[in-house]
Design a protein around this ligand. Structure first.
Ligand code: FES
Length: 107
């Protein structure tokens, strides 16, 4: 998988929210910060693999639904226990009414 891929309609992701998408059998989480900035990460929490799209965004953090660990949606950094390993982030952009992900050389 490489290059930019349209993964969702831009209107499907509101400010301060998360949206889960699946591409090539892998899950990703799309985020929109309160200021409208888009970002994207791996779909599962780095702690015990809960689906991050089932969590909720508070400001610029995603709170995991299982143990309430939080990650910075701009950088993927773990913000509080039990989350301690950063999320892998992916380039995301909004263009032509779509949200696009660049998965690089993700196998
Ligand atoms: S599974 Fe996400 S904090 Fe534990």
């Amino acid at each position: 998988m490489s290059g930019w891929i349209a993964v969702a309609a831009a209107d499907d992701l509101e400010a301060e929210d998360v949206l889960g998408v699946s591409v090539g059998g892998r899950d990703y989480a799309l985020y929109r910060a309160p200021d409208g900035t888009l970002s994207a990460s791996q779909g599962f929490c780095s702690h015990e693999a809960a689906l991050l799209a089932d969590g909720f965004v508070v400001g610029t953090a995603i709170e995991c639904p299982r143990h309430q660990g939080r990650f910075d949606i701009r950088t993927g950094a773990a913000l509080n226990a039990p989350a301690c390993v950063a999320l892998r982030m992916y380039p995301a952009k909004e263009e032509a009414g779509q949200i696009w992900l660049n998965l690089g050389d993700t196998p």
